[in-house]
Design a protein around this ligand. Structure first.
Ligand code: 13P
Length: 257
């Protein structure tokens, strides 16, 4: 983390978990644990049908509600899809774009991710853009090339003044939901490389203002070590964000630093 230049953001990604009723219960439990002082930004990315309930439940708490996906068109015959304007209208502030599960299971390409980033920014949402390599790619030694390609294509055509609103989440696929966390050094190396890639595109001043998160089996036991690295400005947390107490322990670890 480096709080002088950029925000620390701890974000939960519930994936396809929790009903709206369960979301409200989580919000009540989580709000009861919120510290009075010292704050990193906290976001909870909920299933789209839980958004209304979550926004209502987190009102006045400084916890922002995020979505997990959007479609890039404004409106039209796209059965089952949700637009950026629809999310904004509900009070959503962040939206995850290009999660590896969407890339792998729902055919999201780098070009689609780029369109979604633009749609989010145009509507006033802050995209949390996910990048990350598979185990095969890491073992083949192509991690950095792949990350550079994903970052450059996600940000293609994004104006310099909008980069500060983008969050990049480095999520090595082999660490997601596996209990296998990247070591602090591995995560910091790639997060540092992502910042260098943004520096080459937009210059040093903008690059140092971008929040870069790590995601992949982050939990209360490893959060402090990961967040202790200069280029890791927060976490995108799956499993451990489903439990109010565990998620708060990670927020507390970010507040200690
Ligand atoms: P886990 O924390 O469950 O490994 O999930 C990480 C993730 O994919 C967050 O987007």
């Amino acid at each position: 983390m480096n709080r002088r230049y950029r925000k620390t953001i701890i974000a939960g990604n519930w994936k396809m978990n929790k009903t709206a009723t369960e979301a409200k219960k989580f919000a009540d439990d989580f709000k009861a644990l919120l510290p009075k002082t010292k704050w990193c930004d906290v976001v909870v990315c909920v299933p789209s049908v839980d958004i209304s309930a979550a926004v209502r439940a987190f009102k006045d708490s400084r916890v922002a509600v995020g979505a997990q996906n959007l479609f890039y068109e404004d409106h039209g015959a796209y059965t089952g899809e949700v637009s950026a304007a629809m999310l904004c209208d509900l009070g959503v502030k962040y939206v995850i774009v290009g999660h590896s599960e969407r890339r792998a299971m729902f055919g999201e390409t780098d070009a689609i991710v780029n369109k979604k980033v633009h749609a989010a920014l145009n509507a006033g949402l802050n995209p949390i853009i996910c990048v990350g390599e598979s185990l095969d790619q890491r073992e083949m030694g192509v991690t950095m090339e792949l990350i550079a390609l994903q970052v450059k294509s996600a940000l293609a055509g994004v104006a310099a003044e909008n980069i500060r609103r983008c969050v990049i989440a480095y999520e090595p696929i082999w660490a997601i939901g596996t209990g296998k966390t990247a070591t602090g050094e591995q995560a910091a190396e790639v997060c540092g490389f992502i910042r260098a890639t943004i520096r080459a595109m937009y210059g040093a001043r903008i690059a140092r203002s971008v929040t870069i998160q790590y995601g992949g089996s982050m939990n209360p036991a490893n959060a402090a070590e990961l967040l202790g690295h200069e280029d890791i400005d927060g976490g995108l947390i799956g499993g451990a964000s489903l439990d109010a107490g565990k998620f708060m322990d990670i927020v507390n670890a970010a507040n200690q630093g």
